[in-house]
Design a protein. Sequence first.
Length: 422
Amino acid sequence: MTVQTLEETAPSPAAAAVRLRPWSVLASGPFRKLWVATTLSLFGDFFSYIAMAWLVLQLTGSSLALGTVLVVQALPRAVLMVVGGALADRLSARLTMLGSMGLRAVFVAPLALLVLTGRVQMWEVYAIAVVFGIVDAFFMPARSSILPQVVGDRELEPGNAVLNVTAQASVILGPILGGVIVAVLGIGWAFGADALCFVTGFLFILWLPSATSTETAKRRSNGGFGGQIVAGFRYAWSDVGIRALLIVIAVVDFAANGALGVGIPTLAHGRFGAGAAGLGVLFGAWGVGATAGALGAGLLPPPRRMGWLIVFLCAWLGTGMFAVGLLPSLAPAAVVMGLSGIGTGIVNTYGVSWLQRRTDPAMQGRVMSLVMLASMGLTPIAYAASGVLAQLNPTLLFAIAGAMTLACAVGAAANRQVRQLT
């Protein structure tokens, strides 16, 4: 497998000449099916998250038990993510999504029945959490790598923009709908709604066209399963652009996950004295900014120099982290959170589209699984370290997070190969 050159991966003049609006991609029947299926999966995830949290607290009354359930779910997801990416490449993203969604529905439906009949026990909750983690490890790389098989090259940015805006909407609406279902109908019906979402999504993915026999043969041509996983690592590391982006994602997300997950609640509760409502305002501002960034990236053509975009966004996010840690009250902190969120919306649209366009089609699943591993693999360590720093001084936590992100900007700017990425 050869690494693509910059010239080969750059958009063609014809593709660059015609810009599509984000919503125009919805005219594509295959994209609409993918969009509906992924939207249902996102809402189903939030339904099960709310239901699982409430169920564990009802059964045990213990936050420690809830944390243990989340760890049990996160570990197989992190460990098997690369395996899931390799399977998506070996079979196809479509088949991997079908298998994952089908298994999710098959396992969550009996859990819903157990809860409705009042016979559920904690060991069953732990078992289902493990299944959820395994299924996520296979579903997430496939979901991230399937878009280039569904839309044309010039539709990648609009397609990713629509998917990112939908993801942000699900972050806001999913927990609300899940909470309403739990409050009005009960926990069991929330799990049932999760199963229904995945069954319906399964049917929409089944409706997508399957890969051709030539594409399938190409996926299987580079050795056994273990060899394909190793080949994915080698491919990603041998490409300067992919390697640089993976390093940046690992460092920035390590810093941001700790600052957002631990630091923001600490500030809302302590310095700002804003309580849960203030915490919701801060995260809501971030979501609004991310939505605006994704829409803007879908409307405007991608920059000619991806390297300089990486530099700018790292500097933007790093400065935002520094500022939030220094601000004395909720209102200006919410403004900065919103501005910082714009950067995440931009990079999640342009950056993912750039990766999808740059990566060999036979390597899409493995590269996307490495992106997710870089983004989420160090999160438990980030939370632990951030908890210690936030206890000492929240400002110190945000200063270190901002410094790490700004260091990425300086490192990318200092590297000629990264600066010249197109």
